[in-house]
Design a protein around this ligand. Structure first.
Ligand code: ATP
Length: 303
C-alpha cells in the first residue's frame, strides 16, 4: 500500500467581483461571490525518507509554469502549517496533480495550498482546528480560505473574510482556457489606470442563487476586473461572443482571467459550448457549487 496522504481542492469562479478603489496599503477592498467548481487538483504528500534541511525535500507539478521551489504556495502552506503546529515533522515531498489551469484566474495555486493544509494536517499528532487552518490560509493568500471551505460564499476585505451565501440548485459551466496566463497584479495595475465606478452590490446574484434561477444569475454575473483583462487581452472579447453564440446564457472573464466562464442552462448546453469553443481553445465543463478541500479516502501515513 502506498504511504501518502492525498487531498483534493476545487477551482473557483467569481459570480460577482467588485473591486473598490486602491487603498493606501496597495490592496483593494473586494466584494466577491465565489462558487467552487467540480474542476479540481490533487495534492499528494509523501514522507521523503531522506534527511533534508527543510520540511519540503522536493516538490513536483505535472503542469508547466508551476514553480517547484519554496515560492510554490503549496510549499509555503506546508511550512506555515508545520510552524503553527509546533510539532517537529519529518521531511516530505509534495506532488501536485493539476486539474486547474495555471494562472487562469481560477485559484489554482490557492487550491493547492488549501489541499496541502488539509493533507499535512491529517499527519499531525494533534491536528489543528478548521478555524486555525483558516487563519493560516488567510496569511497565505486571499483566495486560500475560500478554496479551503468551497461551496458558495461572499468574501470581503481582500476576499478572505468569508460568509456563507444561501444558494440553491446546481449550475452548469463551460470553461475556455487561454494558452498563456494573465498575471493578477498586472490586471489590478491596469484597472487602477482606468476611469471607472466600482460595482460592489451583489444583491442581484444573491437573489438569483436563492431562486435557483440560472437565467437571472446569468444576467447578474459581474466582474469589475473584466474591463482590465479585456484591455490586456482584446481577443477574450471574441471568446466571450463565440461562447454566447454557441448557446451560453452568458460568458464572463473568470476573476483576473484569462479563463472565460460560460454559464449554461443545463449540462447539454455546457457540452455544446465547450465543444464549439474546443475547436480553438482548451475547454472543460464543470458544475458548481463543489465542496471545500478534503482528504481523500484510502490515504495512509506511517513514518
Ligand atoms: P487566482 O485566481 O487566485 O488569482 P490563478 O488561478 O490566476 O490565481 P495560479 O494558478 O494560482 O493563478 O498561479 C499564479 C502564479 O502563481 C503562477 O504563475 C505561478 O508562478 C505561481 N504559483 C505559486 N504556487 C503555485 C501553484 N501551486 N500552482 C500554480 N501556480 C503557482
Amino acid at each position: 500500500m502506498s504511504n501518502s496522504i492525498r487531498a483534493r481542492a476545487h477551482a473557483k469562479v467569481n459570480l460577482h467581483l467588485g473591486v473598490g478603489p486602491l487603498r493606501n496599503d496597495g490592496y483593494h477592498d473586494l466584494v466577491s461571490v465565489f462558487q467552487s467548481l467540480s474542476l479540481s487538483s490533487i495534492v499528494e504528500i509523501t514522507p521523503a525518507g531522506t534527511p533534508s534541511a527543510s520540511l519540503v525535500a522536493g516538490l513536483r507539478a505535472d503542469a508547466p509554469g508551476v514553480p517547484e521551489d519554496a515560492s510554490n504556495l503549496a510549499w509555503k502552506a506546508a511550512e506555515a502549517l508545520a510552524q503553527r503546529s509546533g510539532e517537529t515533522l519529518e521531511p516530505i515531498t509534495i506532488a501536485l496533480h493539476k486539474g486547474i489551469p495555471v494562472a487562469g484566474g481560477m485559484a489554482g495555486g490557492s487550491a493547492d495550498a488549501a489541499a496541502t493544509l488539509k493533507a499535512l494536517n491529517a499527519t499531525l499528532q494533534r491536528p489543528l482546528s478548521q478555524n486555525v487552518l483558516l487563519d493560516i490560509a488567510a496569511e497565505l493568500g486571499s483566495d486560500v480560505p475560500f478554496t479551503l471551505l468551497g461551496e458558495t460564499r461572499v468574501g470581503t476585505g481582500r476576499g478572505e473574510a468569508l460568509a456563507p451565501l444561501l444558494s440553491r440548485g446546481e449550475y452548469h459551466w463551460a470553461l475556455a482556457f487561454a494558452k498563456q496566463g494573465l498575471s493578477t497584479p498586472e490586471v489590478f495595475a491596469k484597472l487602477d489606470t482606468m476611469d471607472r465606478e466600482p460595482h460592489l452590490s451583489y444583491e442581484a446574484v444573491a437573489q438569483a442563487l436563492l431562486k435557483a434561477d440560472a437565467n437571472a444569475l446569468a444576467a447578474a454575473l459581474h466582474n469589475d476586473l473584466q474591463a482590465a483583462a479585456l484591455s490586456l487581452r482584446p481577443e477574450l472579447r471574441k471568446v466571450i461572443a463565440m461562447g454566447e453564440r454557441a448557446g451560453a446564457l452568458r460568458g464572463i472573464v473568470s476573476g483576473s482571467g484569462p479563463t472565460c466562464a460560460f454559464l449554461c442552462a443545463d449540462a447539454d448546453a455546457a457540452q455544446e459550448v465547450a465543444a464549439e469553443l474546443g475547436v480553438y481553445y482548451r475547454t472543460a465543463t464543470a458544475t458548481g457549487p463543489a465542496p471545500g478541500a478534503t482528504v481523500l479516502e484510502g490515504s495512509t501515513w506511517s513514518i
